[in-house]
Design a protein around this ligand. Sequence first.
Ligand SMILES: Nc1ncnc2c1ncn2[C@@H]1O[C@H](COP(=O)(O)OP(=O)(O)O)[C@@H](O)[C@H]1O
Ligand SMILES: [Mg+2]
Length: 254
Amino acid sequence: MTRRRRIYEGKAKVLFEGPEPGTLVQYFKDDASAFNNQKKGVITGKGVLNNRISEYLMSRLSEIGVPTHFVRRLNMREQLVREVEIIPIELVVRNVAAGSLSQRFGIPEGTPLPRSIIEYYYKSDELHDPMVSEEHITAFGWAAPQDLDDMVALSLRVNDYLSGLFLGIGLKLVDFKLEFGRLWENEEMRIVLADEISPDNCRLWDVKTNEKLDKDRFRQDLGRVEEAYQEVARRLGILPEGGPSDVKGPKTLQ
Ligand SMILES: Nc1ncnc2c1ncn2[C@@H]1O[C@H](COP(=O)(O)OP(=O)(O)O)[C@@H](O)[C@H]1O
Ligand SMILES: [Mg+2]
């Protein structure tokens, strides 16, 4: 097979030119990074699991009317997506205090927030994704006020839906990060959900034990990182056939 043209290689994924114009292939790597790329490692099987988990969550969201870039999963590590113009803002939705919010405001991890809080970060590796306000976003033209309104409305719907979905499998959706892009269809532009939704960018805690089942296990060297990603997939009912051993897959599919 001729290898497709590589468009972009990020920290966790590679984007290839898709089979038709306006499409891309997202390849999920096992590479993990944290703290602005200062900590790097490999989580064996993560790419396979995130590909499946993101496929599952994006499909469910699409069913409730949330527009997404997801088209279909192609194989163990690749999915076909619509190419979008990524808006350089990461939207973080928080339900429970954790991570940088806990640090910044001295709120103990696990404290429920009085209401869901949305934060914005400017997507820039060189600047370490600084937190920004709505004012910065519109003044610097990263997104128009209408784009931002759409992103916030979609994020709140995603939060409501995913909070319920995860609660149903005994997981608390503590917080998560979303990326959006602009998709043009005959002169019309719509904002769609892009990138991925997975334990790489969601904090998921077991409801009963508060055990962390997400990338914090890697960030904080808690061990059993692979198992945590597998457990999320297992509870979603999408652990790849053949059980955990199948996650690594045959060499040719990696
Ligand atoms: N549908 C899409 N069209 C174009 N770019 C996308 C799409 N979905 C995600 N991306 C971008 O592709 C990259 C995915 O690779 P990733 O490893 O997450 O990169 P990064 O290191 O920049 O986070 C991200 O920069 C993301 O913004
Ligand atoms: Mg990324």
